[in-house]
Design a protein around this ligand. Sequence first.
Ligand code: TMP
Ligand code: MG
Length: 189
Amino acid sequence: LSGRFEIICGSMFSGKTEELIRRVRRAIIAKQAVQVFKPQIDDRYGIEVVKSHDGQNVEAIPVATPEAIIDHIEPETTVVAIDEIQFFSEGIVDVVQQLASSGLRVVAAGLDLDFRGEPFGPMPELLCVAEEVMKLHAICVVCGDLASRTQRLVNNEPAHYEDPIIMVGAQESYEARCRKCHSVPRLQP
Ligand code: TMP
Ligand code: MG
């Protein structure tokens, strides 16, 4: 059996983790051996579960580096799921390629764009090497159109372009918005 790499992307609140969990559940029902990983950085819901915004969850192994995923793979595993894949360093591309080339099905979910509306970390390369890409959309909280961006808010104001890229959070700091309603003011004009 040939391996393959499937990636699910989109803004926050678009249902990426829900879709990942759906695929994991189907594999488990088919009695396939599944292992789920996530980057250690995401500690929103404790360290041992992948939880979607709608409250669903599955157990996951938190790893500090992409290479640590390889070290954790058990011999019987046929499906590898990775959530929040945008947080890994570029090394994740080789790791995913290696796993898929060795015959495993790899399914990942990640943010395609950061709060600035720019490609997030290793996502461009991951989207290119994947056999299958699914792009999900949320609903813009301002106008109700389809949302493709994630608005970061600090004290209810749009975050500046110069802010750090990584800031773990959920509804208290982020909103889904469309291209028109998404705003990223610059400190330096
Ligand atoms: P989610 O895609 O499962 O909703 O989670 C995205 C996580 O990424 C969440 O913890 C917030 C974080 N994040 C950043 O660190 N930087 C960003 O620019 C954005 C949009 C989200
Ligand atoms: Mg998620």
